[in-house]
Design a protein around this ligand. Structure first.
Ligand code: NAD
Length: 324
C-alpha cells in the first residue's frame, strides 16, 4: 500500500515534451506545481518553452490569470534529458512519451530505479493498456493509466485505469483522482483496463460511422463536420448523452424516451423483447436519477433546472458561432 496522500504531491515530472507533455506542463505550473520536464533530446527545449508559454498566454488572454504572472510560472519548469534527474525528487510522474509500448516499458524500469517508491506513475497513453506498460515494473502498484484529452490544460477529462488484477494500484488511482480533481480536472476511474479507455472508444465509433457515410456517398466531409458540431456535439458540450436523452424524454425522462423510440424501432416485437426493453428503461432511468442527484444544483439536477442549464450554455456557444 502506498504511504502517500494527494496532498503529499508537491512536485511533478512530465516525461515527453510533445503536444501532450507541454500542455500538461502548462496545466501543472498554472496550478503552482514545480515540474521537471524530461526531453527526449536537448533540442526539444526551445520548442517546449515556446509551446508552454503559448498555452499560458492563451489562458491569460482569456482572463484566467494576469499576463504578468506568466514569467513566475515558467520559472517552475526545470528541463532535463536525464530520467534520473526528472523523477528522483517528485511524487507524481505524468508520462507523455511517444505511443510505443516498448519505449514506455523500458523507461518505466529506469523510473523504478530512480524514483521514490511512493511516486505515482501515470501514463498518458491513448490506446495501450497499463497492464502491459507496467508488466516489467517492480512497482506496478504505483502505475496507472491517466489518459487526458488534447489539450490537457483545457479539457478536464482524465480517464484512469489500473493494471488488471493489481489491487495495490487502487490506492494510487484514488490518490491520482483526488489530485486531478484538486487542479480542476474531471477524472473518471474505469472498472476495466481497456484499449482506448471510454472516450476514445466513443470517438472511434463516431469516426468509423463517418467513414461509412463518406464511403456510401451520403454526404461530404464538410456536411459531417457540420452535422456533428451543430448537432449532437453542441449538446454534448453541455452534458453527456444520457442527460441529453433525459431531457429528450420531457417529463417522462430517459425511460419515456427509451420506451417511445425503442418500441417503435424494435425489430423483434415479441412480448419478451418488449419486456426486455422495459427492464432496460427502468435500469437506465435509475442510473440517470443517481447521476442527477450527484450534480450540484448550479449545474441543474432536476429536469427543469437541467434544461435551463443546457439552454444557457447552448446560447453562449451559439453566440460565439454567430448562429444566434
Ligand atoms: N496527441 C493527442 O491528441 C493525445 C491525446 C491524449 C493522449 N495522448 C498520448 O500522449 C502521449 C504523447 O503523445 P503526443 O501526441 O504528445 O506525442 P508527440 O509525438 O507530440 O510527443 C512525444 C514525445 O516523445 C518523445 N520521443 C520520441 N521518440 C522517443 C523515444 N524513442 N523514446 C522516448 N521518447 C521519445 C518526443 O521527442 C516527444 O517529446 C502518447 O502516449 C499519446 O498516445 C496523445
Amino acid at each position: 500500500m502506498l504511504k502517500m496522500e494527494a496532498e503529499d504531491i508537491k512536485k511533478i515530472a512530465v516525461l515527453g515534451a510533445g503536444v501532450v507533455g507541454n500542455s500538461w506542463v502548462a496545466n501543472f505550473i498554472w496550478k503552482g506545481y514545480p515540474v521537471n520536464l524530461w526531453l527526449y533530446t536537448g533540442e526539444e527545449e526551445e520548442s517546449a518553452k515556446q509551446s508552454i508559454e503559448k498555452h499560458l498566454e492563451g489562458l491569460a488572454d482569456n482572463s484566467i490569470f494576469r499576463k504578468e504572472e506568466i514569467p513566475q510560472m515558467l520559472e517552475l519548469v526545470t528541463y532535463t534529458t536525464y530520467i534520473e534527474d526528472a523523477v528522483k525528487d517528485v511524487e507524481f510522474i505524468q508520462e507523455a512519451m511517444i505511443e510505443d509500448l516498448e519505449v514506455k516499458q523500458k523507461y518505466l524500469t529506469e523510473i523504478d530505479t530512480y524514483a521514490k517508491p511512493e511516486a505515482i506513475y501515470a501514463s498518458s497513453t491513448s490506446y495501450l493498456l497499463i497492464s502491459e506498460i507496467a508488466k516489467f515494473s517492480n512497482l506496478s502498484k504505483r502505475c496507472i493509466g491517466a489518459h487526458p484529452f488534447n489539450p490537457p490544460h483545457l479539457i478536464p477529462l482524465v480517464e484512469i485505469t489500473i493494471p488488471e488484477g493489481n489491487k495495490g494500484s487502487v490506492k494510487s488511482a484514488e490518490i491520482a483522482k483526488e489530485f486531478y480533481e484538486s487542479i480542476g480536472k474531471v477524472p473518471i476511474l474505469l472498472k476495466k483496463d481497456v484499449p482506448g479507455f471510454v472516450a476514445n472508444q466513443i470517438q472511434k465509433a463516431v469516426s468509423e460511422k463517418c467513414s461509412e457515410l463518406l464511403e456510401n456517398e451520403v454526404c461530404t466531409v464538410e456536411d459531417i463536420d457540420k452535422a456533428v458540431s451543430f448537432g449532437p456535439g453542441l449538446r454534448w458540450a453541455t452534458m453527456g448523452p444520457y442527460l441529453i436523452f433525459q431531457l429528450g424524454g420531457g417529463a417522462d425522462g430517459i425511460k419515456g424516451l427509451t420506451l417511445h423510440i425503442g418500441k417503435a424501432n424494435l425489430e423483434d416485437k415479441s412480448e419478451e423483447a418488449v419486456k426486455e426493453l422495459e427492464v432496460y428503461a427502468d435500469f437506465i432511468q435509475g442510473e440517470v436519477d443517481k447521476e442527477m442527484e450527484n450534480r450540484s444544483p448550479e449545474f441543474g439536477r432536476t429536469n427543469e433546472s437541467l434544461r435551463m442549464f443546457r439552454d444557457k450554455l447552448l446560447i453562449k456557444i451559439l453566440k460565439e458561432h454567430k448562429k444566434i
